[in-house]
Design a protein around this ligand. Structure first.
Ligand SMILES: C[S@@+](CC[C@H](N)C(=O)[O-])C[C@H]1O[C@@H](n2cnc3c(N)ncnc32)[C@H](O)[C@@H]1O
Length: 277
């Protein structure tokens, strides 16, 4: 499990919050998409797969740039797929399809895509190696993989607060929750490079980004506590989970003044190596 939140819970989170998520695509997220697109240097005839396509904006931006190519967006959340499909229809983008599913079970056939992208997904994946190997399988030789992965310092700081509180409830909690309390794994740039190399990719570009515009602290709370935190604690008796939540909020409020709430992360372009590993 790697300390990750279970996949059916992730699906539940995004099914419930899809509309809200779709309405909050920030300008800085669009900027990240534009950098990724620039680095992918699409020719126009590619077959592209996006994993965890959410409300579909990145897939739609890619599809707009393909004269003869096509895009498939895959997501485990039915609500996200519905919203993404509506968005593409509204924008009259015809060369795109959104499907419910996960890469590990996606029957695309080996070596069928020129490009695969994922944005703000890898931190949710419990077995990142097998996830990347599945991408490796469906990419053509030399095919490109583009990843946007958040690294937000504010998340790391908030995680310290989680660890501190969770440690007080050691006897109630399974070991994996104590190790990665929020249920997601935010990677460093080096960790992402290692993961990619060991899954058979060669990195051609790695860009660290940081936006100067601050994310309001309430938004950070909303993203972390209201989503992962609550879901992650839901198996506990209400008295215990309620108490943990209250303590978490107290801890977070104490560090709030010091939090650097800018968005930061990495945009990485890699390609599928020729050789099997
Ligand atoms: C944080 S959102 C990112 C959405 C979009 N890519 C973006 O850039 O904003 C994560 C998305 O990944 C989906 N997801 C989570 N785990 C997944 C998996 N194993 N396979 C496919 N989609 C997954 C969720 O349903 C959600 O729509």
């Amino acid at each position: 499990m790697n300390g990750h939140i279970e996949e059916d819970k992730i699906k539940g989170i995004y099914n419930r919050t899809a509309r809200e998520y779709a309405d909050h695509v920030t300008p800085c997220k669009m900027c990240q998409y534009m950098i990724l697109l620039h680095e992918l240097d699409l020719k126009g005839d590619e077959k592209v797969l996006e994993l965890g396509s959410g409300p579909g904006q990145l897939s739609i931006e890619i599809a707009r740039r393909l004269e003869t190519g096509t895009v498939i967006g895959l997501d485990i959340s039915e609500s996200m797929v519905r919203i993404a499909t509506e968005n593409a229809e509204r924008e009259k983008i015809g060369n795109i399809r959104f499907l419910v599913g996960r890469i590990e079970e996606f029957d695309a056939g080996e070596r069928s895509f020129d490009v695969c992208v994922n944005s703000y997904l890898i931190h949710w994946i419990s077995d990142a190696h097998s996830f990347l190997r599945s991408i490796h399988r469906v990419l053509k030789l030399g095919g490109k993989l583009g990843i946007i992965s958040p690294s937000n310092e504010w998340y790391r700081e908030i995680r310290q607060a989680y660890r501190k509180v969770m440690a007080r409830y050691r006897e109630h909690l399974p070991k994996h929750i104590l190790e990665e309390p929020v249920g997601i794994k935010i990677y460093t740039e080096e960790e992402l490079h290692e993961l990619l190399n060991s899954a058979g990719f060669r990195i051609s570009k790695s860009i660290a980004f940081r936006f100067r515009e601050a994310v309001p602290i309430e938004e950070c709370f909303r993203r972390i506590a209201a989503k992962s935190g609550e879901e992650y604690l839901s198996f506990l008796p209400e008295e215990v989970s309620g108490e943990i939540r209250r303590e978490l909020m107290d801890e977070i409020v104490q560090v709030a003044d010091k939090l650097n709430t800018t968005e930061s992360g990495y945009i990485i372009i890699a390609s599928r190596c020729e050789d099997e590993i």
